[in-house]
Structure formats: structure tokens, C-alpha cells
Design a protein around this ligand. Structure first.
Ligand code: UTP
Length: 227
């Protein structure tokens, strides 16, 4: 299968722990050993937020804050590349075209962000769409998509399965609530919907769940194309 894995920065290396990066690399290596084609998109997490917070105080524009965030995602991508045993392109892909070329050479492609104005959630959805992925996995810091932000509302319920159209509706209502944090952003949800991708949103704190989801045991929220 062709698999795109989106790994949030707060899941890959919240405090730059080598063993967590290694654990994610081992799962990707295992998928490659099992014959899957894999690309990973890595987020910036708390480290990116700290840089952005400081630069905002210093007066940076939103565009430049995004550029700073992209730099951090690429640093995280480099960490993952360093930990991979399988044949990975040694530099983070800076464009979707570069990532696709890596996949065509039979290499693992790792990328961070691309351009200001969105997040790596959308980058991963676009890569999955472009590459014709069989599955797109979001390894996040929450165990799936909930009816509301589970950190803000105690009665939020997790969906085991959602249509892509329902994902768009749920994410837009979460994003409308001030201060809420959606597990996948709205642009990514819309790309998932238009492309008919199969996606899984899961808790990436145990990276073995990524491999389980590829094998069909999706412990999280499974997003299915609209009927
Ligand atoms: P993330 O994808 O990690 O953003 O990119 P996030 O969703 O805010 O963080 P997580 O999910 O908690 O890890 C970090 C920042 O980099 C910029 C944005 O500012 C984003 O918030 N970025 C990233 C871009 O501008 N373009 C991209 O393609 C990717």
C-alpha cells in the first residue's frame, strides 16, 4: 500500500527525545520492510509554537511567523530522516513534487511544511491526494475526532467512523468555537473530502498504532469517502 503518515510535532518530539523519534522511525522502517511505500509529513509542535510566540512579540508578520514554523517542521523532518534505517531521501522534501519524486525512486520521503498560510495537516492531505495514497494517517496528540474539543468539553464523544463530509462539518464546528483545537484542520478535511481519501486520525503517542491502522486495525477515527 501507499501510506502517508502525518506526525504532529508534539507527538514526534515534544521535548526532542531521541527515543520517541526512534520509535516513529522504527514503525516506518517496519512498514517499508512489509512492502509498503511510505512518506511522512512532520509538524512543528511546541517548539514551533515557542519560536512563533517569541517572534510575534518581536513584531514579525504572520507570513514570517509561518516561515519560522515551516523551518521548525523541517528541523523535525531532519530528525526523523536521521533515525530512519530504510532508504530515505536525505533532505526533507520542500515541495510535493520533490516528495513524489522520492516515492517514485522507491525512497521514503519526509517533509515538513511547504508555504505559509496552512499547516502540515493540509500538506499531508495534499501529498496523499497527489500520490494516490491508499491511506492517510494522522498521528496526533488526541485519540481521534471528537464531537467537540475533549480538552474543553467533558461530554465530547469520539467518533469511530465518519464520512468525509461529516468530518468537514465536525471540524468546522470545532474551529468555530474560540480557542478550540481541532485534531485535523479544516483545509485538510476539505482536501480529504474532495479526493475521496481513506484517512485515520489516531493517538500517535504509541507509534505502533500507525502500523496497526495500516494493517486494518484503526484504533481512532476512520474517515471514509462520501457515498
Ligand atoms: P504544524 O503543522 O505543526 O502546525 O506547523 P500546528 O497544527 O499549529 O501544530 P501541531 O499540530 O500542534 O504540531 C507549525 C507552524 O508552521 C507553519 C504554521 O505557522 C504552523 O502553525 N506552517 C506549517 C506553514 O505556514 N505552512 C506549512 O505548510 C506548514
Amino acid at each position: 500500500m501507499r501510506v502517508i503518515v502525518s506526525i504532529g510535532g508534539s507527538v514526534l518530539a515534544p521535548n526532542l527525545e531521541a527515543d520517541r523519534v526512534d520509535a516513529h522511525a522504527n514503525v516506518i522502517d517496519g512498514l517499508v520492510d512489509d512492502g509498503h511505500e511510505v512518506a511522512a509529513v512532520v509538524g512543528g509542535g511546541g517548539v514551533a509554537r515557542r519560536y512563533i510566540g517569541t517572534a510575534r512579540v518581536l513584531g514579525a508578520t504572520e507570513y514570517d511567523l509561518d516561515a519560522l514554523g515551516i523551518d521548525v517542521t523541517r528541523l523535525n523532518a531532519r530528525l526523523l530522516i536521521t533515525a530512519l534505517e530504510s532508504s530515505a531521501t536525505p533532505e526533507p522534501a520542500e515541495s510535493h513534487e520533490a516528495a513524489r519524486a522520492s516515492l517514485r525512486r522507491g525512497e521514503v520521503a519526509v517533509m515538513g511544511g511547504t508555504i505559509p498560510g496552512h499547516t502540515t495537516d493540509a500538506v499531508a492531505a495534499l501529498l496523499a491526494e497527489m500520490a494516490g495514497a491508499d491511506v492517510l494517517i494522522y498521528a496526533t496528540s488526541v485519540p481521534g475526532v471528537f464531537s467537540a474539543d475533549p480538552n474543553a468539553e467533558a461530554d465530547a464523544e469520539r467518533y469511530d467512523e465518519l464520512s468525509a463530509g461529516d468530518l468537514v462539518d465536525v471540524i468546522s464546528s470545532i474551529e468555530t468555537a474560540a480557542g478550540s483545537n481541532a485534531p485535523v484542520d479544516l483545509l485538510a478535511a476539505k482536501i480529504i473530502e474532495r479526493s475521496g481519501l481513506r484517512a485515520v486520525v489516531l493517538d500517535g503517542s504509541d507509534p505502533s498504532r500507525i502500523a496497526d491502522a495500516v494493517e486494518g486495525d484503526a484504533r481512532g477515527t476512520e474517515v471514509l469517502p462520501n457515498e
